[in-house]
Design a protein around this ligand. Structure first.
Ligand code: SF4
Length: 317
């Protein structure tokens, strides 16, 4: 099994790969491996692991992979793929970059005297527990490095594989602090199948929440994003909130989908194919990046009521 991924020499850098794709197209990535899930995995080396971000509730992120086989149609990370001249449609979910030296680079960065141990969010632009993590274990390596450095962190994922690392997450919880956010926008089977074709069943994700909470880890759920007309029906929201509460989540967060760049292009194309009857409504609702404030406030109000009814906090601390 491991030989399948052994490319025999030092992987190229992200810059080399971006140039290659720009000049010769994604089809030229002949070193990328094709696995049973039909995705291709391209090993690369990275120069930095800790990534500074702006406009988020945290200042640093860690993403050991780029692209995501979960292939959620609303995924805001689709738009980042275009930085590599790769498409935000199928190529986002089928060409995955694996940063093989990620843990080593991270350890080096965490040792720098200038690093002040700020909170780090793991898995913001890719799912850090997508299936290939079972082989490379880069996320686990990063968590161990963060724990050894006494660095607070949070993880966001849709991958139940996270329970494999509950030992490290429990150590982090007792140490510098750790919060796990499992993303479960809806438990509705049809909406899940349509919106998140490559992900684990929502109830499997909620069982992971239960296991993490039972292991003493602060784990909650993000009902993100609520997708208007598809996962926004009040009965669906109620069913989802009840399931989240039944699985012992410590908190629940929620946001309405936003659309921009390559994600917007991909989503609207997909919507026209799968839900043509919704296109007109979306044209009005998403004239801009965000749905209008009145709509978002109404969703917030409904979610707030459900939260109170099920006695579940919106606070992560
Ligand atoms: S699991 Fe997360 S990163 Fe992966 S496609 Fe879905 S939303 Fe994007």
């Amino acid at each position: 099994m491991s030989l399948l991924f052994d490319l025999g020499r030092k992987p190229p850098t992200t810059k080399t790969i971006a140039l290659q794709v720009r000049e010769h197209g994604a089809g030229s990535l002949d070193e990328a491996q094709r696995r049973a899930d039909d995705a291709r995995y391209q090993e690369i080396t990275c120069r930095s692991a800790l990534n500074p971000v702006k406009g988020m509730p945290f200042a640093w992120t860690l993403n050991p992979y780029r692209g995501c086989t979960h292939g959620c149609h609303y995924c805001y990370a689709r738009r980042y793929q275009t930085q590599f001249e790769l498409g935000s449609d199928d190529e986002f979910a089928s060409i995955i970059f694996v940063k093989t030296n990620f843990v080593e680079v991270l350890k080096r960065e965490l040792r720098k005297p200038s690093w002040t141990r700020e909170y780090v969010a793991v898995g913001t632009a890719t799912d850090c527990y997508q299936p290939i993590e079972g082989h490379y274990r880069l996320t686990r390596g990063a968590l161990v490095a963060l724990h050894e450095a006494g660095n607070p962190a949070g993880v966001i994922t849709k991958g139940p594989m996270i329970v494999r690392d509950r030992d490290v997450l429990a150590d982090m919880t007792r140490g510098a602090g750790c919060t796990v956010h499992i993303s479960v926008p809806t438990v509705d089977e049809d909406a899940w199948r349509q919106l998140e074709p490559g992900t684990a069943h929502p109830l499997q994700r909620l069982r992971a929440v239960r296991e993490l909470v039972d292991a003493g880890i602060r784990a909650g759920v993000l009902m993100n994003p609520i997708v208007p007309g598809i996962s926004s029906k009040p009965a669906m929201l109620e069913k989802t909130m009840k399931a989240i509460a039944d699985h012992g989540a410590r908190f629940v967060g929620c946001n309405v989908m936003f659309l921009e760049g390559g994600t917007r292009d991909h989503f609207l194309k997909w919507l026209a194919q799968e839900y043509p009857e919704l296109v007109e409504g979306y044209t009005q609702l998403y004239a801009k990046k965000y749905a209008p404030a009145e709509y978002r406030n109404e969703v917030k109000r409904v979610i707030g009521g459900l939260r109170r009814a099920h006695n579940i906090s919106d606070r992560e601390d």
